[in-house]
Design a protein around this ligand. Structure first.
Ligand SMILES: *[C@@H]1O[C@H](CO)[C@@H](O)[C@H](O)[C@H]1NC(C)=O
Ligand SMILES: *[C@@H]1O[C@H](CO)[C@@H](O)[C@H](O)[C@H]1NC(C)=O
Ligand SMILES: *[C@@H]1O[C@H](CO)[C@@H](O)[C@H](O)[C@H]1NC(C)=O
Ligand SMILES: *[C@@H]1O[C@H](CO)[C@@H](O)[C@H](O)[C@H]1NC(C)=O
Ligand SMILES: *[C@@H]1O[C@H](CO)[C@@H](O)[C@H](O)[C@H]1NC(C)=O
Ligand SMILES: *[C@@H]1O[C@H](CO)[C@@H](O)[C@H](O)[C@H]1NC(C)=O
Ligand SMILES: *[C@@H]1O[C@H](CO)[C@@H](O)[C@H](O)[C@H]1NC(C)=O
Ligand SMILES: *[C@@H]1O[C@H](CO)[C@@H](O)[C@H](O)[C@H]1NC(C)=O
Ligand SMILES: CC(=O)N[C@H]1CO[C@H](CO)[C@@H](O)[C@@H]1O
Length: 847
């Protein structure tokens, strides 16, 4: 029996009651979460507090609310909050309570994923590295030491949030908590230690008495009363449903894109595809959808997991950069629902994703009554077409018409009318008659984001440099007769670990080849203080996300006498996924030198070690004054492992700031002592393009002038090519056809906690364009009413074209921040091709 039918049968069964003291009573039944006795369809979006700044939070949350979301979902990051056992840190970007309060202030709910294992492309999956050294520990299994620390931490977080009265049961915004994360993926690897751990975790969580339900994602055997939920790209098609007829169908991670790793081509997910799968999930009886991510943000510092770039889900509905907003403007919002008009914040909305999903949410919310109170039935409308109808009488009826066919349009008949469905799409009919929304028809404008260069660091006088010292075996204090494991030696205090040894060479002319096998992540080799990697383009060797193992092979320029080999092993983030994380190994595995016909194995030999770089140890990135002594004039020597510093003024205005590092290789950058993350430009994507060239510098890291920029370059990049830019939307585009008008409805945000505001509009088809605040439409790049071909990325005039297209649009839009152009023959003074389906495509520049 499908879970949709389960719901139909058990709708009247009483809800499972969860304790509530004052505040809201959050429970659930087979249909949905039930808040204060009301069934709820909830759209949620993931925004992780440490991946942006507290100054950006109000803006990001307001845009999530404007996008029709009801809730914000976040993980809790254990290794940020307890970096050393017993320490606790909730300052700045780590201020979980402030973040939750901010969400509450804007009237949205919070779904809190405590983990404590979170994966999340975050270093060590969120676990603090010190756990690795707890005797006898086996992470995420029926293991006493792990369970002890997990419980202690979960209790600490819940206690803190309870003390702040942040659970819905206490009048706060948290309606849901998650324990563990995607454990179903690894459970089998733990054999008999897996299932008891799941039971223990569920029981432990429930025992924390938060007064709100708990979920476990990708966990088919989640014990009662914990709800199992789906994560993935296509839960509408693949989820087999909750494991009990008393639990609702919930989708905790509907990926808005696919996370990236260095070297992989940029993959994005279209607004149409996300909307299709979210709508199908709801049509099948789902009641909770969380977009992962709604705003990805930035992996500042060394927080990214292995091979994960600094920019995180930039393709999400709210892009990486976000925006700084003044609190004074934010206060207006609290008084009046006028935030958008009064604030002056310019959004870098990822259009059309943000707008298209907003319309989807609005359409589904219009169906809410029949969806939540009627029996859903599905029936076939064709070989690859089906309908989901929610109906009791003609007053209350909503329908989802689905075309599963990815190749052809389909015409279907439903309740005496016929409907045309584009390939792979769903039409939503809140009254079983009118199409309010089709997942494949995007009527929101497209925006094009552009970086404007504001400053060039191209003069030698601007820079100072510090050449990193190459240590040799003789100076090492830590020694071992073996190759030590990288992570266990650095304890994650640095990405860098020097492996050094020395040996004697009798002749000077012997041809020698050094071969080093490593398990990650990259390696720079030096002999007698000289870099030996220049023959290779990258000057070093590295593995990849999918295969950490790599080999560096170089011919060795040896001298007669004692030779010193210094190998720098570099980790770009710790692993974040899979079973037995505590057993992972990285760093050098085997080192040999081939001399003529002899192979010398140095794997078990006397090695000397040094953790971290000297520039890290003297904190070169921090203070330009105290570290002055170490810096020298820029000499463009292009030696690998060089630190560079300069001072710059913040670009005027409020647009987000990004550092263009395209001329560099690999390393890390700091602004005023704060790390803006690693960069690894020289790791090319599958098309051979440099990888991620723009690093976000949050405005709150900057002062008006005298900002200190420090860069550690591992390779031979050129700092004179670095520039500073601001990001803005400079182009907007819309494409709307007469036959497929945009939604007949619009939805103005909703304050879940203090009641509902909604507006219904009747709309005629029109193209609406809007430049970021403060910018105006300066020219119309393309305009055609008729049968233009293509979309907002590439377009051309078709066989039918109204000659006054441009003049009409220019008249309506030039010099304006926003404009609206009706798509009708009347507006273009006559029909250019009667009887043919027409559309209007407009592309315009904002300046
Ligand atoms: C919570 O709601 C359920 C029904 O949804 C009800 O049975 C229960 O009494 C409520 N609990 C409290 C404490 O209000
Ligand atoms: C919600 O209502 C409560 C009590 O009516 C009030 O204290 C709170 O400020 C309101 N919050 C918002 C965001 O309007
Ligand atoms: C109704 O939906 C279920 C679950 O998706 C499916 O298995 C079944 O074939 C559908 N029934 C019809 C008549 O399409
Ligand atoms: C579907 O119909 C539209 C016109 O309504 C047409 O432009 C489009 O090419 C058709 N698509 C396919 C795949 O046939
Ligand atoms: C990690 O290092 C410690 C010394 O710091 C050592 O006692 C231990 O055996 C090492 N563990 C592993 C797995 O290498
Ligand atoms: C170098 O010469 C010494 C003595 O001449 C010899 O013992 C040693 O094995 C030689 N080393 C190598 C690596 O050939
Ligand atoms: C990983 O790369 C190494 C080369 O260093 C190669 O020998 C090995 O076969 C690769 N493993 C996989 C699983 O591709
Ligand atoms: C660095 O030096 C500049 C100029 O000497 C100064 O304006 C700036 O405040 C200093 N920055 C820091 C972080 O100390
Ligand atoms: C990490 C994870 O859950 N990945 C899954 C996401 O969904 C795709 C397709 O739906 C699966 O192939 C992945 O394994």
């Amino acid at each position: 029996m499908s879970w949709m039918l389960w719901w139909s049968l058990s709708l009247s069964a009483s809800a499972i009651v969860i304790m509530a003291h004052g505040g809201s009573n959050v429970t659930y039944d087979s249909r949905s979460l039930v808040i204060n006795g009301k069934h709820k369809i909830i759209f949620s979006g993931s925004i992780h507090y440490p991946r942006s700044t507290p100054q950006m939070w109000p803006y990001l949350i307001s845009k999530a609310r404007a996008g029709g979301l009801d809730a914000i979902d976040t993980y809790v990051f254990w290794n940020l909050h307890e970096p050393q056992q017993g320490q606790s840190d909730f300052s700045g970007r780590k201020d979980l309570v402030r973040f939750i309060r901010e969400v509450h202030a804007q009237g949205l709910y919070v779904c809190l994923r405590i983990g404590p294992f979170i994966e999340s492309e975050w270093t060590y999956g969120g676990l603090p590295f010190w756990l690795h050294d707890v005797p006898g520990i086996v992470f995420r299994s029926d293991n006493k030491p792990f369970k002890y620390h997990m419980k202690r931490y979960a209790k600490m977080i819940v206690k803190m949030l309870k003390a702040e009265k942040l659970y819905a049961s206490q009048g706060g915004p948290i309606i849901l908590s998650q324990i563990e994360n995607e454990y179903g993926n690894v459970e089998a690897a733990f054999h008999e230690k897996g299932p008891p751990y799941v039971k223990w975790a569920a029981k432990m969580a429930v025992g924390l008495h938060t007064g709100v339900p708990w979920v476990m994602c990708k966990q088919d055997d989640a014990p009662d009363p914990v709800i199992n939920t789906c994560n993935g790209l296509r839960c509408g098609e693949t989820f087999s449903g909750p494991n009990s007829p008393r639990k609702p169908a919930m989708w905790t991670e509907n990926w808005t894109s696919v996370y990236q790793t260095y070297g992989k081509e940029t993959r994005s997910r279209s607004a149409e595809d996300i909307a299709f799968h979210a709508a199908l999930f709801i049509a099948k009886g789902g009641s909770f959808v969380n977009y992962y991510m709604y705003h990805g943000g930035t992996n500042f510092g060394r927080t990214a997991a292995e091979y994960v770039p600094t920019s995180y889900y930039d393709q999400a509905p709210l892009d990486e950069y976000g925006k700084f907003c003044f609190n004074i403007k934010y206060l207006f919002y609290l008084i009046k629902d006028k935030f958008d008009f009064l604030s002056g914040c310019i959004g870098l909305l990822r259009q059309p994703k943000h707008g298209h999903l907003k319309e989807l949410h609005a359409a589904i919310k219009l169906c809410r009554k029949p969806l939540l109170s009627r029996k859903g039935i599905n029936f076939s409308l064709g070989q690859l077409q089906e309908a989901f109808a929610f109906e009791r009488n003609s007053d209350e009826c909503a329908a989802f018409l689905v075309n599963h066919d990815g190749r052809s349009n389909a015409t279907v008949h439903f309740k005496g009318s016929s409907y045309k469905l584009p390939p792979k799409s769903i039409s939503i009919l809140p009254d079983c008659k009118t199409v309010a929304f089709n997942t494949a028809q995007v009527s929101t404008q497209y925006g094009t984001r552009v970086a404007t260069r504001r400053h060039k660091f191209d003069s030698i006088e601007q820079w100072k440099e510090y050449k990193e010292y190459i240590p040799s075996f003789d100076e090492s204090s830590l020694r071992a007769n073996m190759l030590l494991e990288h992570m266990n030696t650095t304890k994650d205090s640095s990405d860098y670990l020097w492996y050094t040894f020395r040996f004697h060479q009798n002749s000077s002319n012997a041809h020698s080849v050094l071969t080093v096998n490593s398990l990650g992540h990259n390696l720079h080799a030096f002999v007698n203080g000289e870099f030996i990697g220049r023959s290779c383009f990258l000057g070093s060797a590295h593995g990849s996300h999918d295969n950490k193992s790599f080999t560096l092979q170089r011919s060795l320029p040896l001298k007669r006498g004692t030779n010193y080999v210094s190998l720098l092993s570099v980790m770009t983030g710790l692993p974040d996924a899979g079973a037995y994380l505590e057993r992972r190994v990285a760093g050098l595995r085997r080192v040999t030198i081939q001399r003529q016909h002899e192979l010398h194995d140095f794997t078990t030999y006397l090695w000397g070690y040094k953790v971290g770089l000297s520039g890290e140890n003297i904190q070169l990135h921090r203070n330009n004054a105290s570290a002055k002594a170490y810096w020298s004039r820029y000499a463009s020597s292009s030696q690998p492992l060089t630190w560079y510093k300069t001072v710059f003024d913040a670009p005027a205005g409020n647009d987000p700031v990004a550092l263009n590092l395209a001329s560099m290789g690999k390393g890390e950058a700091w602004v005023n002592g704060r790390s803006i993350g690693r960069y690894w430009v020289s790791f090319l994507d599958s098309d051979g393009n440099p990888y991620q060239t723009r690093n976000h510098i949050p405005r709150s890291f900057l002062k008006p002038s005298g900002n200190l920029l420090v860069i550690l370059e591992e390779e031979t990049g050129n700092p004179l090519g670095i520039s500073l830019g601001t990001m803005s939307i400079t182009k907007v585009c819309g494409h709307v056809s007469i036959s497929h008008p945009p939604p007949v409805i619009s939805w103005q945000g909703e304050n879940q906690i203090n009641g509902t505001r909604k507006r219904k509009y009747g709309r005629r088809p029109k193209v609406q364009l809007r430049c970021p605040r403060g910018r105006k439409i300066s020219s119309v790049l393309f305009s055609s009413f008729g049968t233009p071909s293509g979309d907002c990325e590439t377009y051309a005039i078709g066989s039918c074209h109204a000659s006054n297209s441009r003049a009409t649009v220019e008249k309506a839009c030039l010099g304006k921040e926003r404009c609206s152009i009706p798509v009708s023959s009347k507006n273009f003074k006559g029909d250019p091709c009667p009887g043919i389906a027409k559309s209007l495509l407009v592309d315009a520049k904002c300046a």
